[in-house]
Write a protein that binds this ligand. Structure first.
Ligand code: 13P
Length: 249
């Protein structure tokens, strides 16, 4: 049985003070941690504060990106080791905003994911089609390419150490959500694609849905057989909403 993972991608939100307020709200709430794990991914500058505040809780901390390099002359980059030293255990990779604004390719995401696994960080590898691609009937072709590219050279064991997130670009921050059936179809397609590498790994890998997940649509999305959690943007910035989402599993 796959456990649910409810992850909050705070994006570029959360000064130290805002981080403390939001996390105090999450710590004051409750959820069934036998069913679902909670993860928060604040900006780099708030990671240490978050790790310190959450050290006695079950809530995990993750980064939103990392460098493919280990160290050196890469201005403004953050390495896997640096994330580990501030208490991160996950890292989001290949988010569509990184692909769109920083021209990240499947090949780069693949190399970053390998570096994350080597460092014992769990990569959350993001894939998703644009509205034009969906309307042109290319969703499976695009997602298939992204899965093949980002998981290139992965062993079964590496897949088991990873999380995949399906985030249709047209559903991110737009208030438009994929219907549970649309999301389930793509999640099933992803799992079948991963099964082409290894069947066991495909059964065990968590596939999260992201794109305007809110308290009122979480239950329907999370009840789909191949949806194992959520990668939440806007609604992760409100403790009550994020708690409602994890309590919808
Ligand atoms: P929203 O939940 O704000 O649509 O963002 C989704 C997302 O991009 C999470 O990574």
């Amino acid at each position: 049985m796959r456990k649910f993972l409810i992850a909050g991608n705070w994006k570029m939100n959360g000064t130290i003070d805002e981080t403390k307020t939001l996390l105090s709200g999450l710590l004051a709430g409750s959820y069934d941690d036998t069913k679902a794990d909670m993860l928060v991914c604040p900006p780099y500058t708030s990671l240490e504060t978050a790790s310190n505040m959450l050290q006695d809780s079950k809530i995990a901390v993750g980064g939103q990106d990392m460098s493919v390099h280990q160290k050196g002359a890469y201005t403004a980059e953050i390495s896997a080791t640096m994330l580990l030293t501030v208490g991160a255990s996950f890292v989001i990779l290949g988010h569509s905003e990184r692909r769109q604004y920083h021209a990240e390719s499947d090949q780069l995401v693949n190399a970053k994911a390998k570096a994350a696994i080597d460092a014992i960080l769990t990569p959350i590898i993001c894939v998703g089609e644009t509205l034009d691609q969906r309307e042109a009937g290319q969703t499976e072709q695009i997602i298939g390419m992204q899965i093949d590219g980002t998981l290139e050279g992965f062993s079964a064991d590496m897949i088991k150490k990873s999380v995949i997130a399906y985030e249709p670009v047209w559903a991110i921050g737009t208030g438009k959500t994929a219907t549970p059936e649309m999301a389930q179809d793509v999640h099933k397609f992803i799992r079948e694609r991963v099964a082409g590498i290894d069947k066991d790994a495909a059964e065990s890998v968590q596939i999260l849905y992201g794109g305007s997940v809110k308290p009122d649509n979480a239950k329907d999305l999370l009840s789909q057989p191949d949806i194992d959690g959520a990668l939440v943007g806007g609604a992760a910035l409100k403790a009550d909403d994020f708690l409602k989402i994890i309590n919808a599993v």
